[in-house]
Write a protein that binds this ligand. Structure first.
Ligand code: FAD
Ligand code: PYC
Length: 416
């Protein structure tokens, strides 16, 4: 630690956390911006950052109805990987993974990206064949992916019960060793700080309540802090995407479902990779604090509720105790939910809308955290040029008319 940081740490400790320099400003909205980004999750903040950094935009606003990262960004279980089936998805998620690998340096902010490996379990012959097919497809795209036997799974993750007599026998697994986890809040804060430093106005507690559209063109937004003009607007609001589409007068093929997660009390290190089972609908990793971070499949009903529910705890913990018997001795400390935006083919929507100048980035469902830097990067390019970035092109909204779907339901690895 440098002399400067020791002094600044001591000064901040003695100031009772008062007088700390703000990590980003809190400006009032201006009457007009070149581009407005709606939504202060990782994808929106990243978009604003790349607009300023890569495309030289100096007059950009980011509007967030609550606080930065208060949506799915701050509620997710932080799994990062790029092991998707179809070429279009592999290219997009791998673009993101490559950006993750340099993100802490890029933002000069530690996003705690940890490439501890992500394992997907196979429990029966069908799972096993499907997993092998995926690994071949993933490797053909030049992305790392390996097959593990049950014995190798036991070596990598000793807390798992790999006995053939167990309720969910483990035949083997795939592993992406470059996959892992990152610190979700840090991603939001890192992008916010870096975007602010490049002049982006980040405006919290500013809900967009209407869109001003004339002759099929966007002219600005109505907000709880007044009207703001802009000829280009990017909507990055995840579970609220259909609400914003409603304001613009078109339908978004997105369903909003709660997705829940929970954490145990902190314990000593017992698991140093991420393990997922899509057949059993459970996944687990261990945070740097020592908590086991556990998630389930999404709730089957449509809702805007961000709460946990008992049925999910019961189902998920019952399943996890079969896979990892030592979990039965842990206490669960917190449980919560987020609202995930699920499309019919489980792939995102990035690009133009029927309204000229209005662009959308949504539909990441249960799996958008891993895409944050890549999604933000291609969406910034799309907003800056007014035309879809090469990697975003296949993910256009009109694929639901043309039928060129990108079916990634299996790669979600979380039932939804
Ligand atoms: P958000 O972070 O939700 O940001 C959207 C923002 O828009 C919100 O802050 C919201 O307040 C704001 N907003 C909405 N309406 C308005 C309005 N009218 N005006 C202004 N602002 C508005 N993905 C993974 O890759 N790996 C995982 O392990 C993983 N686990 C998950 C676990 C859970 C429990 C959940 C809920 C999700 C998980 N996801 C995971 C999915 C991932 O969290 C999301 O896909 C991703 O974070 C979406 O980021 P975002 O920036 O698009 O959306
Ligand atoms: O997409 O890897 C994922 C994921 C894990 C948990 C929720 N989503």
């Amino acid at each position: 630690m440098s002399k400067y940081s020791i002094f600044s740490l001591a000064r901040n400790a003695l100031s009772y956390h008062e007088d700390w320099q703000r990590a980003w400003r809190s400006p009032d909205p201006k009457p007009e911006y070149d581009i407005i980004v709606i939504g202060g999750g990782g994808h929106g903040l990243g978009t604003a950052y790349y607009l300023a950094k890569e495309f030289g935009y100096k007059n950009v606003a980011l509007l967030e109805k609550g606080w930065l990262g208060g949506g799915n960004t701050g509620r997710n279980t932080t799994i990062v990987r790029s092991n998707y089936l179809w070429d279009e998805s592999a290219a997009l998620y791998e673009h993101a993974l490559k950006l993750w690998e340099g993100l802490s340096q890029e933002l000069n902010f530690n996003v705690m990206f940890s490439q501890r490996g992500v394992m997907n379990l196979a429990h029966n012959l069908h799972d096993w064949r499907e997993l092998n097919r995926r690994v071949h497809a993933i490797r053909l795209n030049g992305i790392d992916s390996e097959i593990l036997t049950a014995a190798q799974v036991k070596k990598e993750a000793p807390i798992f019960n790999v006995s053939p007599d167990s309720r969910y026998p483990i035949m083997g697994a795939s592993i992406q060793r470059r996959g892992g986890t990152a610190r979700h809040d840090a991603v939001a804060w890192g992008y916010a700080r870096a975007a602010d430093a490049r002049g982006v106005d980040i405006i919290q507690n500013c809900e967009v309540t209407g869109l001003t559209i004339r002759n099929g063109k966007i002219e600005g937004v109505e907000t709880t802090r007044g009207a703001i003009r802009a000829k280009r607007v990017g909507v990055v609001v995840a579970g609220h995407s259909s609400v914003l589409a409603d304001m613009a007068g078109f339908r978004m093929p997105v369903e909003s479902n709660p997705l829940q997660a929970l954490v145990s009390d902190p314990i000593k290190p017992v698991l140093d990779c991420v393990v997922m089972s899509s057949a059993v609908h459970v996944y687990v990793s261990q945070s740097d604090k020592g908590e086991l971070v556990i998630g389930a499949g999404s709730d089957l009903h449509v809702s805007y509720s961000q709460r946990g529910s008992f049925d999910i705890v019961e189902g998920i913990m019952g399943a996890l105790c079969e896979l990892v018997p030592m979990v039965s001795r842990l206490k669960m400390m917190r449980q919560w939910g987020g609202i995930v935006d699920v499309t019919p083919d489980r792939s995102p929507i990035i690009g133009k809308t029927p309204i000229d100048g209005l662009f959308v980035n949504c539909g990441w469902g249960t799996g958008g955290f891993k895409a944050t830097p890549g999604s933000a990067h291609v969406f910034a390019a799309t907003l800056a040029k007014g035309e879809p970035h090469r990697l975003a092109e296949p993910f256009a909204l009109d694929r639901f008319h043309s039928g060129r779907l990108i079916d990634e339901a299996g790669a979600a690895a979380v039932a939804h």
